[in-house]
Design a protein around this ligand. Structure first.
Ligand SMILES: [Zn+2]
Ligand SMILES: [Zn+2]
Length: 85
């Protein structure tokens, strides 16, 4: 599961990044996902309440903000690495 740093990156950097909901067949912004108060480790589709946590976790493996992460301070201070590298 995600640690506190990773959840913070999702919240700060990935708000507008899409995760697809299999039930809706639509992409949802990470910033629009819901959580149950009883289960804050999981993300739910805002429309149908399907658990989309696996999609969020998969996103952390491909998102540029997670690729070279050395902590939040570095992310806040530096621009993302060039895609042409
Ligand atoms: Zn992202
Ligand atoms: Zn859905």
């Amino acid at each position: 599961m995600l640690d506190a740093d990773e959840r913070a990156i999702l919240f700060l950097c990935c708000e507008n990044h899409p995760v697809s909901c299999a039930a809706c067949g639509r992409e949802r912004r990470i910033g629009s996902l819901r959580k149950r108060r009883s289960d804050p480790e999981r993300w739910l589709c805002p429309k149908c309440r399907t658990d989309v946590t696996p999609g969020v976790v998969a996103h952390t493996r491909v998102c540029r903000y997670f690729l070279g992460r050395k902590g939040l301070a570095r992310i806040a201070a530096a621009p993302p690495p060039a895609a042409t590298a």
